[in-house]
Design a protein around this ligand. Structure first.
Ligand code: AMP
Ligand code: FE
Ligand code: FE
Ligand code: ZN
Length: 292
């Protein structure tokens, strides 16, 4: 009798310095190999800029899936908009429509980051936009970079502390980004040959989350799956989402949302079943996983 060994370890959501992670893409793939992971997806916020470095440094035995985490918004009539993060895997990096939207989002992140800093400076916090840009180092600017400046200025001890009020979406210094509508996001990722998965749909700690009807609308628009196992999900959320995925014929994924030192999440903290991963890959036609 053969006792089945553990399956491959697949982490489909990790960030590098191309957005708000603290490991460079090359450091990240080396760390993933050291952790014994078999597959990681590089999903930086609104950018594909880390892909080439990750592929070039990919150690033998590791597979890197090129991806992104697209900043979207769900707007229901008469309700404040809700932020939705869509993971897009295996898009064609040369797709012009996607490149144009990523260019717009990058500029929007920069404008909005500067406005958050202005509000904080006006309130007396001793940080500067130039310093935040240095922390972002040419990548997609995000609130964690403002958090790093607040740590350096001695205002908070960690990025997590900064998110308690100063960077919170419900706090006085928050500024919205003009993100793409979530259905349009699913369609854009599909147009670029990729497959989309709803990131951390029940991460209520970050702000309001969408209801099941909205997830169902995205499923009808062609979204392939939902991230069920995620560090920001309570056990009860995970069980509910697993049931929802089954009801809506969506794939269930699991991942760490690793950000290096900007978050406590560990690489491989949650993982995706090989069958769900293979199905995602089979549905994408924009690019192929890079096998090291
Ligand atoms: P932004 O993309 O600028 O809106 O910033 C959101 C980013 O901040 C997300 O990528 C999260 O990873 C990160 N983030 C959100 N909430 C927290 C938190 N409580 N602690 C640390 N990072 C957070
Ligand atoms: Fe992030
Ligand atoms: Fe996210
Ligand atoms: Zn993420």
């Amino acid at each position: 009798m053969t006792i089945p060994g553990p399956g491959p370890r697949i982490d489909l959501h990790v960030h590098s310095t191309a957005s708000d992670g603290t490991l460079s893409p090359a450091e990240l793939v080396r760390a993933a190999a050291r952790e014994g992971l078999d597959v990681i997806a590089l999903t930086d916020h609104d950018t594909l800029a880390g892909w080439d470095e990750a592929f070039a440094a990919c150690p033998p035995g590791l597979t890197v899936v090129g991806g992104l985490e697209l900043s979207c918004v769900h707007a229901a009539a008469g309700q404040p908009p809700i932020s939705v993060h869509l993971l897009g895997y295996l898009v064609d990096p040369r797709h012009l429509g996607l490149a144009a939207e990523l260019g717009r989002l990058k500029a929007e992140r920069s404008r909005r980051g500067e406005r958050i800093v202005e509000k904080l400076v006006t309130a007396g916090y001793p940080i500067s936009w130039d310093r935040v840009l240095e922390f972002a180092d040419g990548g997609s600017v995000g609130r964690p970079h403002v958090g790093r400046a607040l740590i350096e200025a001695g205002v908070v001890e960690s990025v997590d502390d900064a998110f308690v009020d100063l960077l919170s979406a419900t706090g006085p210094f928050y500024v919205r980004k003009a993100d793409i509508d979530a259905v349009a996001g699913v369609q854009l990722i599909a147009a670029a040959g990729g497959v989309s998965v709803f990131a951390h749909p029940a991460a209520g700690r970050r702000g309001r989350v969408v209801d099941e009807a909205a997830i169902s609308v995205l499923a009808e628009a062609g979204m392939a799956g939902i991230e069920v196992d995620h560090p920001d999900h309570l056990r009860a959320d995970r069980e509910r989402l697993r049931g929802l995925a089954a009801d809506l014929h969506l794939l269930s994924t699991g991942s760490s949302d690793f950000h290096g030192a900007n978050k406590v999440n560990r690489l491989g903290q949650h993982t995706t079943e090989a069958s769900a991963y293979e199905e995602l890959v089979s549905r994408a036609c924009g690019s192929r996983p890079y096998v090291g």
